[in-house]
Design a protein around this ligand. Structure first.
Ligand SMILES: [Zn+2]
Length: 174
């Protein structure tokens, strides 16, 4: 594709985080979400995690079509929401800036947490941690069944026409 289509508003995405010390962490790379909004960057340390495979070595803006960097989100909730022994939480993000579209999800230049899912009743410590995080970020905590309703208030999913091909670039400035 030669021209990057402009989208009208934030693209909604679903993702999960690890919870460590009542903070959100990216599940696969050592990045802590200090605030509500995360800006993508291609960290040299990430390349070492996979011995450089799939990562660009030359400096570039993130996300890049030929790299693995960017903020990951899925088009649908629950695609990947379990991380072994770690505490984790699902949530919804609004994504904007440069976007790399993939079949199951996208990589974004900017993403903002818009809500977190309350853990089940049997998991008291994790429920408290999610409440503390949500209060700090000033985002709602919703039941799992309310996640898609919340998502409709955040934005629209990527248009289906962009999804079948992996690696389509597009952008939205809102
Ligand atoms: Zn990169």
């Amino acid at each position: 594709m030669t021209a990057a289509p402009d989208l009208l508003g934030p693209v909604v995405g679903f993702r999960a985080w690890r919870i460590v010390d009542r903070r959100l962490l990216s599940p696969h790379i050592p990045v802590r979400w200090e605030g509500r909004t995360m800006h993508a960057a291609c960290y040299p340390a990430n390349r070492r995690l996979t011995f450089g495979r799939g990562w660009l070595s030359a400096p570039h803006a993130s996300p890049h079509p030929e790299c693995k960097c960017g903020i990951y989100a899925y088009h649908r909730p629950g695609v990947r929401s379990w991380f072994g022994e770690f505490d984790w939480v699902e949530g919804v993000v609004g994504c904007w800036g440069r976007l790399e579209a993939h079949t199951d999800g996208l990589r974004a230049e900017q993403a903002r947490v818009e809500g977190l899912v309350a853990p089940g009743d049997g998991d008291a410590s994790r429920r408290v941690a999610v409440q503390v995080i949500a209060a700090r970020l000033q985002v709602p905590v919703v039941a799992r069944g309310e996640l898609e309703d919340l998502a409709t208030q955040v934005g629209a999913p990527l248009p289906p026409a962009l999804l079948p091909q992996s690696g389509v670039s597009c952008r939205t400035d809102h």
